[in-house]
Design a protein around this ligand. Structure first.
Ligand SMILES: [Zn+2]
Length: 225
């Protein structure tokens, strides 16, 4: 009885998209199996789901799906679970002595909701104020992509991006805003096609009203070239 209650509790938690931890909840044995071993197991699991749904996997069109999905899970959409894929932490000296805010906006986010395993699609906007070192611009896209390629909740993704950049840049002055659509909200359940979710994390100077406002104003600038 207790277990059933817990399951219900977890299910309603998931449906409300409430995350419980800043770190992606991983099992201790998460990396004992090789990627190839994982693909092999997941392939059978996907086949099992499809067959349970009543699909005929001898059909040419469905035949390759279990393997395709397994490879996509391990190597692509959940590839960011693998710490080996974490972008290298290289920084450069801030030679220009540029002391203002740097904003990288409209970074495409493709992630997956960990409660429904459906896509999250949106944009991330990142800002930092250099403390002596800078990162290559594409590094920010890579960091977003690395943490996005996991089963995620948007709040955790936002925090993970900020924490990573704070560590790499050795400053607390990092901020991130994500505006994203969750297909589990847009295409099923409440089916609100137009709604999107905005999350933000402001570190260091970005906690101050003027700095935060400046960042948010830059995000609002229309980008047309
Ligand atoms: Zn969801």
């Amino acid at each position: 009885m207790k277990i059933e209650n817990n399951i219900e509790e977890f299910e309603s938690l998931g449906d409300d998209h409430i995350g419980t931890s800043f770190d992606t909840p991983l099992r201790r044995d998460a990396f004992k199996l090789s990627n190839e071993e994982k693909i092999d197991i997941i392939k059978d699991d996907v086949r099992h789901i499809m067959e349970t749904l009543g699909l005929d996997l001898t059909d040419d069109s469905l035949n390759g799906t279990p393997n395709r999905v397994a490879k996509m899970f391990v190597k692509e959409i959940f590839g960011g679970l693998d710490p080996k894929k974490k972008p290298s932490a290289s920084t450069f000296e801030n030679k220009y002595k540029y002391g203002e805010m740097l904003v990288e906006k409209n970074i495409t986010v493709y992630s997956t909701c960990e409660h429904h395993l459906l896509p999250i699609v949106g944009k991330a906007h990142i800002a930092y104020i250099s403390n002596g070192s800078v990162v290559g611009l594409s590094k920010m896209n890579r960091i977003v992509d690395y943490y996005a390629k996991r089963p995620q909740v948007q709040e955790r993704l936002t925090i993970q991006i900020v924490k990573e950049l704070q560590e790499v840049l050795k400053t607390q002055d990092v901020a991130c805003v994500i505006d994203a659509k969750h297909l589990c909200v847009n295409s099923r359940g409440i089916r609100d096609v137009d709604c999107s979710t905005v999350t933000s994390e402001f570190g260091g100077k970005f906690k101050e009203e003027t700095t935060r406002r400046e960042f948010l104003d830059y995000i609002k600038l229309e980008t047309k070239f």
